[in-house]
Design a binder for this molecule. Structure first.
Ligand SMILES: [Zn+2]
Length: 308
């Protein structure tokens, strides 16, 4: 979930991807004006077989001002009910995700029920104002490991942020999850859970200049990034290519991106968090081996969440 108005919506499938299956592992109902039928039409135009539809459920005072502009006019966030409606209408086109707030009583029991009754397959999108090694969340992660649900987390460190610093009605830092060091702590505590990293606080660490104040740092990747060493240490850490954050981190240095995707080809998921073709066009431009593209675009997603 990235809340800035992003790019004009171009929908053209790059010819270099002919014959390849595509699964979008990160998108949302009613996001940027797309109801369920619009989403299916958009997927058809790009040849996207399935989309993982993720929730964003947070307490009212954890959303930023202006979040209404990109989602339902009727409520904040993306509740599970919207995902269920989409899956009911198009069961063969969607995968259901739900990140229930782990601080609520019975959260783990509710997740188990959702897995059993409405077929939730992913815990995501996690986007809450708490440190992501919070003990209630650790218990949730472990339940996800046991249930076979990958966890998609939105990490956003405190920055001068165009998303706005009025959160919950008052001036506050805009952050979700804590600093990057929190990722290592929950990975170490939950070796049986698969985590998929997403958002500006995650992707800025591809480069050694993560302390830069811009939300989306540009320019060649410099040595010393903390992301690759963490991927090397923890085989249960994966990467979500969705949103401007990942697209920026890769497109700032295409030669580095090509090597990064080859090296971590088994743990990278194509996703958009938007409705355009920018991520597809960029991947097509990298001249990656076809087997690598096949894994990134769909193979890895189906390995994590097998389709019936
Ligand atoms: Zn997000």
């Amino acid at each position: 979930m990235s809340l800035q108005a992003v790019r004009p919506i171009s929908v053209e499938r790059p010819a270099a991807l002919d014959g390849l299956r595509i699964i979008d592992a990160h998108n949302h109902m009613n996001f940027h004006g797309h109801g369920v039928h619009d989403i299916v039409q958009n997927m058809d135009a790009l040849g996207i077989e399935r989309t993982w539809l993720l929730t964003w459920e947070a307490p009212e005072d954890e959303y930023g001002i202006g979040d209404h502009a990109f989602m339902s006019p009727n409520h904040l966030g993306v509740p599970l009910d919207e995902v269920i409606r989409a899956v009911d209408l198009y069961p063969d086109r969607f995968v259901a995700g739900w990140a229930v707030d782990p601080r609520r009583p019975h959260a783990v029991a509710r997740l188990r029920t959702a897995v059993r009754t409405v077929g939730v397959r992913v815990y995501g999108e996690l986007k809450l104002r708490l440190m992501y090694d919070n003990l209630d969340l650790i218990a949730m992660y472990r339940a996800c490991g046991e249930l076979g649900l990958p966890v998609i987390f939105h990490l956003e460190i405190e920055l001068p942020n165009p998303g706005g610093s009025i959160v919950g009605g008052g001036p506050r830092p805009y952050w979700y999850g804590g600093g990057f060091d929190v990722v290592e702590r929950f990975l170490a505590k939950c070796p049986d859970t698969t985590f998929i990293g997403h958002a500006p606080g995650f992707w800025r660490e591809i480069s050694g200049d993560a302390e830069r104040p811009e939300m989306y740092p540009r320019g060649p990747v410099v040595p010393g990034g903390r992301l690759a060493p963490l991927l090397d240490r923890f085989p249960n850490l994966w990467c979500d290519l969705a949103a401007t954050s990942a697209l920026n981190a890769l497109s700032r240095d295409p030669a580095h991106a090509r090597e990064f995707l080859r090296r971590y080809q088994d743990r990278v998921l194509f996703g958009r968090d938007y409705w355009d073709d920018a991520h597809l066009a960029f991947l097509a431009s990298l001249d990656l081996p076809r087997d690598v593209l096949a894994k990134v675009l769909a193979g890895n997603a189906t390995r994590l969440v097998p389709l019936d």
